[in-house]
Ligand binder design. Structure first.
Ligand SMILES: CC(C)(COP(=O)(O)OP(=O)(O)OC[C@H]1O[C@@H](n2cnc3c(N)ncnc32)[C@H](O)[C@@H]1OP(=O)(O)O)[C@@H](O)C(=O)NCCC(=O)NCCS
Length: 144
């Protein structure tokens, strides 16, 4: 099966976001506001031309890092390496722009994401309490 990663518009990201059950429907304005005036990357993965997942990263901190803000894969396309491909594209893009680190924040109950991050050289930097232990926010980073 042909997998491709492409840089896409925010409209395309919003369509894919709607197909990821763990994510709430978000207003487009929220995305626009976060990314305004920030160097950013919007990418989507396709399997046989079908959208399978997306990733948004942007220069949140202005400290030489890129922040991976959102990443999700549509359930029927999971466990086929889509997240790995999105992350690889992000890493190469960030390196080509001179960034030296990827930062990310996730929740304690996002177990697949945490597995991915540990396996792929991310280190824990901080834990912020949520309403429950499962909701705790976990920050991680990886050197490029
Ligand atoms: C997390 C998510 C993006 C993973 O996408 P994916 O395309 O299925 O991931 P990949 O196939 O690229 O997996 C790569 C690695 O991640 C880890 N991983 C992914 N899914 C996993 C699972 N269900 N259980 C354990 N490890 C998992 C594994 O290490 C895997 O490598 P392996 O297949 O060699 O074992 C997807 O499950 C998802 O969209 N979840 C809901 C939304 C979410 O939690 N997003 C993250 C918010 S921060």
């Amino acid at each position: 099966m042909t997998h491709t990663i492409r840089e896409v518009s925010l409209d395309e990201i919003m369509k894919i976001n709607g197909k990821i059950p763990e994510f709430e429907e978000e207003p487009r304005l929220k995305f626009e506001t976060k990314l305004a005036n920030k160097n950013h990357l919007l990418i989507a993965a396709y399997i046989e031309q079908q959208p399978a997942g997306y990733l948004i990263a942007y220069d949140k901190f202005g400290d030489g890092s890129i922040y991976c803000w959102m990443a999700g894969v549509i359930p029927s396309f999971r466990k086929q390496g889509i997240l790995s491909q999105l992350m690889d594209y992000q890493d190469q893009w960030a390196q080509s722009k001179g960034y030296n680190k990827i930062k990310i924040k996730t929740r304690n109950n996002r177990r697949s994401m945490l597995s991915f991050l540990v396996k792929n050289d991310f280190y824990f930097t901080e834990v912020n309490a949520g309403d429950t232990i499962e909701e705790n926010r976990i920050s991680l980073e990886k050197k490029l």
